[in-house]
Design a protein around this ligand. Structure first.
Ligand code: ATP
Ligand code: MG
Length: 260
């Protein structure tokens, strides 16, 4: 099959990039795909630590599958041009070395770095989780309560630039997906407004707005064991309705990626 590179990105911290990158990785492994992962946010290293924890847990349960993982650090050069050149070379070589994998899942930092931009330019799919807040939306679109008219937000600008870079390099297009993560269980006016704006903007900015994930304690509990919702025996209390609903949310994401 043709390899697909999936990048989780958003210049806003804490929206669930690493958590969802891990869950998607394990979903793909469960489906029998060969999956490699890259941590572009290697300084923070959440994705790397999550996978390391999973590898440790797998030592007592060989049924637990884990991906081939790589971390990549920014070049230390002071010159912007040299730094970009070095980063680009390093990243291209890394992607090349992983060409036998069906999927490469990449986690990026919640800030704009040169490496993160380069990673976005290699994406076949970009997945942007947003929290249910207008602060998060501001990076996609700058909506003003007083003036009519909207300006593209800084992350959307960056995605646009990297889509262009990708098209120039190999003429391939990018599937940009936005979803809400950590949604509250109650239907709020805020959420409805956000959804309305995102649906309206999707055509103009060239993304797909798909169903997301609710706020669920289970997502916070799994990091230390390196497990995900898809692994059996993830909780002491066993599967409850919330976990089943969360698996359904994950299945929906796979369906949107045409892998379910
Ligand atoms: N659906 C969810 N329900 C509950 N908690 C969640 C959910 N998704 C993520 N979290 C929690 O939110 C926090 C931020 O998640 P995560 O580290 O994945 O975000 P991030 O976008 O990678 O952050 P950063 O930009 O700092 O790398 C973590 O404590 C994580 O456990
Ligand atoms: Mg992260």
């Amino acid at each position: 099959m043709l390899q697909r590179v999936i990048v989780f990105g958003n210049q806003k911290g804490g929206t669930g990039k690493s958590t969802l990158a891990m869950h998607l990785t394990v979903s793909l492994l469960h489906q029998g795909y060969k999956v490699a992962t890259i941590d572009v946010d290697a300084k923070q290293g959440t994705f790397t630590r999550y996978i390391e924890n999973r590898i440790k847990t797998s030592q007592s349960d060989p049924k637990i599958k884990y991906p081939t993982h790589r971390s990549i650090f920014e070049s230390f050069s002071d010159s912007v041009r040299v730094k970009h050149k070095e980063n680009f070379l390093k990243f291209s070589e890394l992607i090349n070395s992983l060409k036998d994998f069906d999927f490469i899942v990449i986690d990026t930092p919640g800030s704009e770095t040169d490496l993160s931009k380069i990673a976005h330019s290699f994406a076949d799919v970009i997945i942007t989780p947003l929290n249910e807040s207008f602060i998060d939306l501001d990076l996609i679109i700058k909506a003003s309560p007083v003036k009519s008219g909207l300006n593209t937000g800084s992350y959307a600008e960056m995605v646009w630039e990297q889509k262009k870079a990708r098209a120039q390099r190999d003429k391939n297009s990018v599937d940009w997906i936005i979803l809400l993560n950590r949604m509250s269980s109650v239907e709020s006016r805020n959420k409805k407004e956000l959804e309305k704006i995102l649906i309206l903007l999707s055509k103009r900015l060239g993304f797909r707005f798909i169903k997301g994930f609710k706020e669920r304690i289970i997502f916070k509990e799994l990091f230390l064991s390196g497990l995900t919702l898809l692994d059996g025996n993830t909780t002491r209390t066993g599967l409850n309705l919330s976990h089943i609903a969360a698996r359904q949310e994950l299945k929906n994401l796979l369906k949107e990626l045409n892998v379910a």
